[in-house]
Design a protein. Structure first.
Length: 120
């Protein structure tokens, strides 16, 4: 039996780290922020966003311990990922910045781990 690849159900939005906790705890303010981002950057959102969405729930990332809000668009659930967190909540972008910069110039992974450390 062949399985279908799972589609990405994550929307990455720009958040300021110091404002995020306040936004996530206030559903009305969070909705206003998402609506503003949709108007400014519609390419970041799935088709059907213009038809509306519902706030689903809040989950806590096991890796980073931060709250992640989910929304439902056209019957599909999407996690709102923070721009200051790496994909799959593998760490914070600021922690990986120097390693990613060095990787751009072909520095081998073992040298990156030695120089920048390892996110576990």
């Amino acid at each position: 039996m062949k399985t279908k690849p799972r589609k990405n159900h994550t929307i990455c939005l720009p958040f300021e780290k110091n404002r995020y906790d306040g936004l996530i705890k206030a559903p009305k303010t969070f909705r206003e922020y998402v609506d503003g981002q949709w108007v400014t950057h519609p390419e970041l959102f799935p088709e059907g966003m213009g038809l509306g969405y519902t706030m689903k729930d809040i989950r806590r990332s096991k890796k980073l311990g931060i709250a992640i809000r989910r929304i439902t668009v056209s019957g599909t659930d999407y996690s709102i990922r923070l721009s200051f967190a790496m994909p799959y909540m593998g760490g914070f972008a600021a922690d990986a910045e120097k390693g990613l910069y060095l990787r751009k110039y072909g520095v081998p992974f073992h040298a990156l781990a030695h120089t920048c450390g390892r996110i576990t």
